[in-house]
Design a protein around this ligand. Structure first.
Ligand SMILES: [Mn+2]
Length: 314
């Protein structure tokens, strides 16, 4: 990677020790079925980030001052399984350092390892997936670590909520939980989906965003574009509300497939990433210690789990 720090920020905001946020690039596209190029996603995202204003008008904050450490890219690509294991290990390592861990892909299969790490470290995890595709196949082309299987494991082990879905195979209907799936065509004429989806979330929420959830009119540079996607402000309104009401523990953004002549998608990805950080640290002073509430096995308790199960509406 050419870029040395996230968004070109100064050393004092980009050293690991001073950073509450860790950004892990995973330039992997070993299993994409149609258009290759998601391996170029992190570089294009970082380049757009360097050319973006770092004051967020909406929140009136400069979230980079919370510190963003740009980790070494995970480049393991011997097999999809090896890549997933490498991502899992690196992500878990930074969670245990009490950092807010974010990853940028790469194709969606990179999320298998990140979600596994978060699920091992946070009780009662909800996975909120924004995606055009269900990604619920158990295996595809001989691997359970294919991008078409990105959320299968999460569907079995976490509280998975799928938003923006508009493309899937009939076999995935056998795995999908209809009550927790928000299809794009239904969202288009029902404003209640936001509150309904948030009501279904546990307190700890991990967000995985496949950029193809957005309408191709605003984000065409993804591996598998699908018409009828989400627009910018409705997506931000929803995500901001999730950050306000829940403990978002981390997130990933995947499937940026840069195009040499179309840069708007790179900038959408860069802005989206920065918006999510701005929402996360909205009420946090720069000198406040970050508390991710991860479950360290050496602690006797599980605070969050207990509160949650005591809650009447569970
Ligand atoms: Mn996907």
């Amino acid at each position: 990677m050419k870029t040395k720090t996230y968004a070109g920020i100064e050393d004092q905001y980009s050293k690991l020790d001073n950073s509450k946020i860790v950004l892990i690039p995973v330039p992997y596209d070993g299993t994409s079925t149609w258009q290759k190029g998601a391996d170029k996603g992190p570089e294009a995202f970082l380049e757009a980030s360097e050319n973006m204003e770092l004051y967020d008008i909406e929140t009136e904050t400069e979230v980079y001052k919370q510190g963003v450490f740009l980790a070494d890219a995970v480049t393991e690509n011997a097999s999809p399984e090896a890549m997933v294991e490498a991502v899992h290990k690196v992500v878990k390592n930074y969670i245990k350092k009490n950092k807010f861990v974010t990853t940028f892909g790469g194709e969606h299969s990179i999320s298998i390892g990140t979600i596994r790490a978060f699920n091992e470290c946070f009780e009662d995890l909800t996975v909120l997936q924004l995606d055009a595709h269900a990604d619920l196949r158990k295996t595809y082309q001989g691997s359970s670590c294919n991008h078409a299987c990105a959320l299968y494991e999460a569907s079995q082990n976490t509280n998975l909520i799928q938003v923006g879905i508009r493309s899937m195979d009939v076999i995935e209907t056998t795995v999908m939980d209809d009550d927790k799936t928000y299809f794009a065509h239904e969202m288009a004429d029902d404003d209640n989906w936001v509150d309904e989806a948030i009501d279904q979330m546990t307190d700890n929420v991990y967000i995985t965003i496949d950029l193809d959830v957005f309408d191709p009119s605003i984000c065409p540079s993804t591996g598998t574009p699908e018409p009828g996607g989400l627009l910018w402000y409705e997506t931000l309104d929803f995500l901001r509300q999730v950050f306000e009401e829940k403990n978002v523990v981390g997130f990933d953004i995947v499937e940026l497939c840069p195009n040499p002549t179309e840069k708007a998608s790179d900038f959408l990805a860069a802005k989206l990433y920065y918006k999510l950080l701005s929402y996360k640290f909205l009420d946090e002073a720069v000198d406040d210690e970050y508390e991710s509430n991860f479950n360290n096995e050496s602690l006797p308790n599980n605070k969050l789990s207990k509160t949650y199960f005591d809650d009447d509406n569970y």
